[in-house]
Structures are given as structure tokens and as C-alpha cells.
Design a protein around this ligand. Structure first.
Ligand code: ADP
Length: 162
């Protein structure tokens, strides 16, 4: 059973993230979507909400679990007995940071591989930040978010009637 961990802030989970989840499952038998508190990023949604929405967004995938984690990612991955970290690569702009993180994590644990997956083209410009900006101004969200997540975001920004 090959198990991978897909870590991120998921503030909120988008269709780009679930695209990566789906691709991961063609390589791995099981996947843990691991939601990081990431206080530096100043998340809009609480960690509990991000976990809840990620669970809803991945409910139709077999063999996916969602949970939050604290502390060092490599420790968490080791503790869960996973074989790899999954990260999504949208554009060249993601590359430098991801490269740095992957090599740092390998330094911390020699056996740990990071697997990069590219989303479908239609999600290659999609970020949680852009979606939040769109929600703030009452824009249409369903192309980027599943309905439950779109609704929660609209509520956050006081556009619940749309
Ligand atoms: P982080 O703060 O760890 O970057 P994110 O929730 O922003 O957390 O992203 C988690 C992972 O998902 C990252 O590897 C990111 O590159 C990837 N990702 C985010 N949005 C997309 C997308 N639209 N397509 C593919 N990968 C994505």
C-alpha cells in the first residue's frame, strides 16, 4: 500500500487542489490531505473549517483522509508511515520555493521523496488567494470551487444571498 501526504494551507480547498488529489490517486493507493495551520499566511478560514471543507471536497474519492497537522512536515509524514509528499506545480513561479522545500525535506529525511504533479490547464492559474479576492467582490466562484466551499466563502464575505 503506497501512501502519500498532500500538505498545504487549503484556505480554502479549490478545484485545482482536488485535481491534484485525483492525479495522486493514480500513483498512490492512499492519500492524506494534511492541512497546515500556517499562521504566517494569515488564513481566512480556521483550521477546523479548512479541514471540514477539504473533507466535503474529497468525499467522492475512495482512500482519501483529511486531517490537520502541527510541527514539522517530515515528522508528520514519518509518523503516518507515508512514502512521499505530493505538491502541485502550476507555473514556473511555484518552482523555486517548491525546489527549496523539497531539498530541505530531503535533507531532513533522506528517504523522503517529493512528487510534483501538474494540474489540468484550466486550473494552472488558480490560487486560493485569487478565489478569496473574487469572493470579496462577489464574483462567480463555482468554476473554481465546489458549491459548498463557494457558499462558505460568500458567507464569510457577507454575500450569502447569491
Ligand atoms: P501552501 O501554503 O502549502 O502552498 P496551498 O494550499 O496554497 O498551500 O497549496 C498546497 C499545494 O497545492 C501546493 O503544492 C500548491 O502548489 C498546490 N496547488 C494550489 N493550487 C493549485 C492548483 N490550482 N493547481 C495545482 N496545484 C495547486
Amino acid at each position: 500500500m503506497r501512501l502519500a501526504v498532500y500538505p498545504g494551507t487549503f484556505d480554502p480547498i479549490t478545484r485545482g487542489h482536488t485535481d491534484i488529489v485525483s492525479r495522486s490517486l493514480s500513483i498512490f493507493d492512499r492519500l492524506i490531505v494534511a492541512v497546515a495551520p500556517n499562521p504566517r499566511k494569515g488564513a481566512l478560514l480556521s483550521i477546523e473549517e479548512r479541514v471540514e471543507l477539504a473533507k466535503i471536497a474529497t468525499k467522492d474519492f475512495a482512500n482519501v483522509e483529511v486531517e490537520s497537522f502541527n510541527g514539522l512536515l517530515v515528522e508528520y509524514v514519518r509518523q503516518r508511515g507515508a512514502h512521499a509528499i505530493i505538491r502541485g506545480l502550476r507555473a514556473v513561479s511555484d518552482f523555486e520555493h517548491e525546489f527549496q522545500m523539497a531539498l530541505l525535506n530531503r535533507k531532513l529525511d533522506e528517504r523522503l521523496e517529493t512528487v510534483f504533479l501538474m494540474p489540468s490547464e484550466e486550473y494552472s492559474y488558480l490560487t486560493s488567494s485569487i478565489v478569496k479576492e473574487l469572493a470579496l467582490f462577489g464574483g462567480e466562484l463555482e468554476a473554481f470551487l465546489i458549491p459548498e466551499v463557494a457558499k462558505r466563502l460568500r458567507e464569510k464575505y457577507g454575500h450569502e444571498t447569491r
